[in-house]
Every structure is written in structure tokens, then in C-alpha cells.
Design a protein around this ligand. Structure first.
Ligand code: F6R
Length: 260
């Protein structure tokens, strides 16, 4: 696992570099998309490259990590709409090439199974962008999630609903109680995991992710088993890392031509 500690804007550029590398790597590259605050600076940087440098998403496939259950099709916080607003529409990504689990399906387990099949049919995810919850979730795999889980229905923790109330006019009761999420087993099949975290409120989760024992109590710790996982954190999110000096030294001595 590589840990990079740098200012937030630098982290966004590094992640965008990795995405750009994947976009140019094969005919129909596959990106895994996260919602929430953490990837927004990355999406802004990708939009800038699209507008100023012609970076194209036209042949890429996008698969979202998760989706709330029960929000109406036009709800602005439905993750399908968030991804359209934050990146897809801004880079001219054809809507039919960006998919998410269908949180409005009448048969939710069937929708989850169909989503797994569509990721597999696209050849799997080349690069998965991730954020992390203060309770250690990735996707919406809350504490107690099976480390081998697949896309399924999950109940959100109260902590996650409180954390996300800022997207729902600070009304926690407006935050859905359930979601569909790629499982930890699904996420672990992506060929490269790139997780971003900023702010002191993420420091405990980042410490556990990088240095804690692998445990369903901190679901992101499963990433310790991934052969190509990158953790991009600012100083505040890195503030509880025991080996921060070592991670800094390792990254500083990395050849400049080598990407993430
Ligand atoms: C969102 C997702 C979540 C978020 C996490 C952090 O698609 O899968 O795991 O990445 O809740 O959210 P922010 O970035 O808003 O702090």
C-alpha cells in the first residue's frame, strides 16, 4: 500500500494523473466512481483537462460505488444525478456509459446481481476512486460488512447518516436509511484502488485503514490485501499515522517518472 501525504490540491492532481493514464491505456477503459466530497477536486481537475487539453471520456465506462434506496429519479442527491452533475455531464461522458446500482428497482437483490454482471461484462474496473467514511466504510460497506461481500442492500449507520446530513439540508431524517453498494469483494477486484481523504475527522479511519488489524470493524482495512492500493491524504487526515515519517521518506525517494 502506498501512502502519499500532500496538500489536497496536489492529491487531486496525482489522482487525475492516474485516471488520465487509465483513459489512455486501452480501448474501453473502466473507471470506478465515488460520490461525496472527497473526489470533487479530482473531478474538477479532470474537467479542466477535458476543457483545456481535450481529455476524452467518450470510450470509457464508469461504474458507481453505491446508490441510496428510495430517492426519486429527479432527487439531486440521488447518486446517479450527483455523478452527472459533478463529472459526467461536464466531460461529455455519454449517459449510457455510466452506470450505478438501481436504488429504485422493485427487485433490489436482482438489481444488485445485474450490476455485478454489468461490471464483469465491461472487463472489471481498471481504477476505482474511493473516499472513506469516518466509521471506516468504503462504498457503503459499513462496519460488520463481510470482507468478501458483493453488491447488496445495506443499512446505513447513524454515524453515516449524520455525516451525510449536510447534503440533505442538515436534516438527518431526510438521509435514506438504506443503500445499494458494491461489496468489499467487488471493490477488491478493481485493478487499482485510489482512496482520497482530507481533514482531521478522517484521521482515525486512515490510521486504521493503513496500520490497524484487518477487521470487519474497520471495513477499509481490507485494502491491506490489495496488491495495488494508493492512499492519498492531507496532513490532517495523516495526523494519526504512526509511520508517517516513513511514508513521506518513501514517497520522496520515488523516481519522478513513476506514477501511482
Ligand atoms: C460515496 C461513498 C462513500 C464516501 C464516504 C466519504 O460514493 O462510497 O464511501 O466516499 O462516505 O464521504 P465524503 O467524501 O463525503 O467524506
Amino acid at each position: 500500500m502506498e501512502v502519499v501525504i500532500a496538500p489536497a490540491q496536489e492529491l487531486a492532481v496525482l489522482a487525475a494523473d492516474a485516471v488520465e493514464g487509465v483513459l489512455g491505456s486501452r480501448g474501453e477503459p473502466v473507471l470506478g466512481l465515488a460520490t461525496g466530497s472527497s473526489p470533487l477536486a479530482v473531478y474538477d481537475e479532470l474537467v479542466r483537462r477535458h476543457v483545456e487539453e481535450g481529455l476524452s471520456f467518450g470510450r470509457a465506462w464508469g461504474f458507481m460505488l453505491d446508490e441510496y434506496v428510495g430517492l426519486s429519479a429527479d432527487h439531486p442527491q440521488r447518486y446517479r444525478n450527483v455523478i452527472a452533475t459533478e463529472i459526467a455531464d461536464r466531460v461529455g461522458w455519454p449517459a449510457e456509459r455510466v452506470a450505478g446500482p438501481d436504488g429504485a428497482a422493485t427487485d433490489l437483490p436482482a438489481a444488485c446481481a445485474a450490476y455485478e454482471r454489468s461490471i464483469a461484462a465491461a472487463g472489471g474496473v481498471d481504477l476505482q476512486i474511493l473516499g472513506i467514511g469516518t466509521d471506516g466504510h468504503i462504498g457503503f460497506n459499513e462496519p460488520g460488512s463481510s470482507l468478501a461481500s458483493r453488491t447488496r442492500i445495506k443499512t446505513l449507520t447513524q454515524q453515516t447518516r449524520v455525516d451525510n446530513a449536510r447534503f440533505f439540508d442538515d436534516e438527518v431524517d431526510q438521509v435514506p436509511t438504506h443503500c445499494l453498494t458494491q461489496g468489499l469483494g467487488t471493490i477488491m477486484e478493481a485493478r487499482h484502488l485510489v482512496l482520497l481523504a482530507t481533514g482531521r475527522h478522517k484521521a482515525q479511519a486512515i490510521h486504521q485503514l493503513v496500520e490497524g488489524p484487518v477487521s470487519a470493524l474497520w471495513p477499509a482495512t481490507v485494502m491491506q490485501w490489495h496488491p495495488h492500493a494508493t492512499v492519498l491524504v492531507d496532513e490532517a487526515a495523516a495526523s494519526r499515522l504512526q509511520l508517517a515519517g516513513y511514508y513521506r521518506q518513501t514517497y520522496a525517494s520515488k523516481p519522478s517518472w513513476q506514477g501511482l
